[in-house]
Design a protein around this ligand. Structure first.
Ligand code: CUA
Length: 157
């Protein structure tokens, strides 16, 4: 069977596009280290957050020489704790859950952004080498004041 030349060109072009799309997604997920909600996190009942030993008192906890854990809670329309303060040159693991609806936890200007789903605990580990001030915002529409949902992350000297 003979394939018309134009058809062959278009066939080839569409295959190149498909491979290109797959390569882009793979690069985004693996190459840039973009983290989706994964199964490292556990589950938690949103109405039991106040009694939970981690999230009942949202906080920063030192767990090693340069290692910290942050237990953060997202809600309409704030993050707790706020501000989050950690020292520079540290590795920080954020555990984030939601009290009510779906939010996100985006550290502005970095590639740290995780969805925060009620009932789930999102886990993201980030290294902060330099001191600086970061904004935290929510990138999932969560209600009338979604655009005002923000917090502060301070990386101290
Ligand atoms: Cu929380 Cu948008």
């Amino acid at each position: 069977m003979r394939i018309h030349q134009y058809e062959r060109v278009w066939l080839l072009a569409s295959m190149v596009l498909i491979v290109g799309f797959i390569a882009t997604i793979t690069y985004g997920a693996v190459g840039l280290g973009i983290t989706m909600v994964d199964d490292r996190g556990a589950t938690i009942a949103p109405d039991e957050i106040n009694e939970d030993e981690r999230f009942g008192d949202p906080r920063v906890e030192q767990v090693g020489d340069d290692e910290y854990e942050v237990y953060a809670v997202a809600m309409t329309f704030a993050f707790q704790p706020d501000p989050i303060e950690i020292p520079a040159d540290s590795e920080v693991t954020f555990y984030v859950t939601s009290r009510d609806v779906i939010h996100s936890f985006y550290v502005v200007g970095t590639n740290t952004n995780t969805m925060v789903i009620p009932g789930e605990i999102s886990v993201v580990t980030v290294e902060f080498d330099e001191p600086g001030e970061y904004g935290l915002i929510c990138t999932e529409y969560c209600g009338a004041a979604h655009h005002e949902m923000e917090g502060q992350l301070a990386v101290l000297e």
